[in-house]
Design a protein around this ligand. Structure first.
Ligand SMILES: NC(=O)c1ccc[n+]([C@@H]2O[C@H](COP(=O)([O-])OP(=O)(O)OC[C@H]3O[C@@H](n4cnc5c(N)ncnc54)[C@H](O)[C@@H]3O)[C@@H](O)[C@H]2O)c1
Ligand SMILES: [Zn+2]
Length: 380
């Protein structure tokens, strides 16, 4: 496969994220981490007490670069570390970090800097939104998932035993700093899983993004810095556009859930152990394409294109869970959504629509298709 190295953007990319409650920028540039201090000083109107929330794998690899840049700009950052992993995304961790902040002397002028993947971003975001009734927040996301999705749009939250993200707030950051170079140390599986969300953005509203991704290998994405930056910027742009029109997810923001209805059910039905989130979303996108085909919304050539794009980066963890179990989890979803299961269905590449009256037969056909694809190893 050819490397795509034409220069899509040069220099700093600044994407405005306008929401009714606050307007801020997502700044994307390779190496921007080493200039974080300058950007923070600008957006915070000077130097403030700064508290970095992070996890060991990120702090070990990138902590020094961030701290040096903050210190050079006059900040005296303090670190509040949390244990790594989704199981720690819970209320008790918020409480422990709040105690730690207090111990470190954080007052109402404090700024929380979330430095990690989506788990850190969601948890530190929630902490900032409630610590002393709200202190300022800066997001410095370090995974693909967090850079193109979790850090943008202001959703924060933690999990309860009964399910994911059941407690949370809407709280916008002052700034999102996205450094694609940080992804160099991300494990391959995490990198790839996050990239399915970029593919999703392509189907929702960026046809060129989709067609470039369907023709690119993961190696190209990892080795062509300009292409990777472009992919992140296009995805962030799409999310910012959607968030702008609907901050609190009542309607339009739902389109971002393409692939997530079946994806969430697959994750839940396998106890969140088999799939990384993006992998489940990948299967979910193929399922959504099949449902759209079954309901006459999508041409079969486009359905085939989506199915093949999902497999373009190799095989995904197989689906061995019974369809019945997955359907049961869709029913659980229904309870939290006032009795309706929403499906986001593609009409073509770059256009989706929200449907809440999908016939059960179409869902069963979609499950059969992805199960069969996974038996073939998911790769073609
Ligand atoms: N708020 C939102 O809108 C939103 C959107 C999507 C997902 N999320 C949430 O995001 C979470 C998942 O985020 P995630 O996929 O980033 O997982 P994660 O935060 O658990 O990170 C995955 C792993 O990668 C490690 N890591 C992070 N950056 C690294 C780097 N640069 N180099 C090496 N290792 C690194 C982490 O320590 C962790 O072990 C879920 O809890 C999900 O609910 C939130
Ligand atoms: Zn997602």
């Amino acid at each position: 496969m050819q490397a795509v190295s034409s220069c899509y953007y040069s220099g700093v990319i600044r994407i405005p994220v306008r929401t009714p409650s606050y307007c801020y920028e997502a700044i994307i540039e390779r190496g921007v981490l080493s200039r974080a201090g300058g950007f923070l000083k600008e957006v915070l109107d000077g130097v403030r007490p700064l508290f970095i929330v992070s996890v060991a794998p990120v702090r070990r690899r990138w902590g020094k670069t961030l701290v040096r840049s903050l210190e050079a700009a006059g900040f005296t950052p303090r670190l509040a570390e949390m244990p790594d992993g989704e199981p720690w995304k819970r209320l008790s961790t918020v409480e422990i970090l709040a105690e730690r902040l207090l111990h470190l002397g954080a007052d109402r002028k404090a700024v929380v800097l979330a430095f990690g993947g989506g788990v850190v971003g969601d948890l530190a975001g929630m902490l900032a939104s409630i610590y002393m009734r709200g202190v300022k927040l800066v997001q410095v996301p370090t995974t693909v998932q967090a850079q193109l999705d979790a850090a943008i749009g202001g959703k924060t939250g933690v999990n309860l035993r009964a399910g994911k993200n059941l407690v949370g707030t809407f709280y916008q950051p002052q700034l999102v700093l996205i450094d694609p170079a940080i992804l160099d140390t991300l494990p391959e599986r995490e990198f790839r899983a996050g990239m399915y969300e970029a593919l999703k953005c392509g189907i929702i509203g960026r046809p060129e993004l989709f067609s470039r991704l369907e023709n690119s290998s993961l190696d190209v994405l990892r080795q062509d810095p300009e292409f990777l930056t472009w992919v992140l910027a296009e995805s962030v742009g799409l999310k910012a556009e959607v968030v702008r029109s609907d901050e609190t997810e009542r309607d339009r923001r739902r389109v971002l859930n393409l692939g997530h209805t079946v994806g969430h059910a697959l994750e839940a039905a396998t106890g969140y152990r088999r799939f990384l989130h993006g992998e489940a979303v990948a299967w979910g996108m193929q399922a959504a394409a099949r449902i759209a085909l079954e309901t006459g919304l999508l041409k079969s050539a486009v359905h085939a294109r989506i199915a093949s794009a999902v497999r373009t980066w190799g095989s995904l963890p197989p689906i061995t869970v019974e369809t019945r179990r997955v359907l049961r989890y869709l029913e659980v979803d229904k309870k939290t959504e006032a009795g309706v299961v929403h499906f986001i269905l593609p009409r073509e590449i770059g256009k989706v629509e929200i449907r809440n009256n999908v016939p059960p037969g179409a869902i069963v056909a979609a499950m059969a298709e992805i199960r069969q694809a996974s038996r073939r190893g998911g790769a073609e």
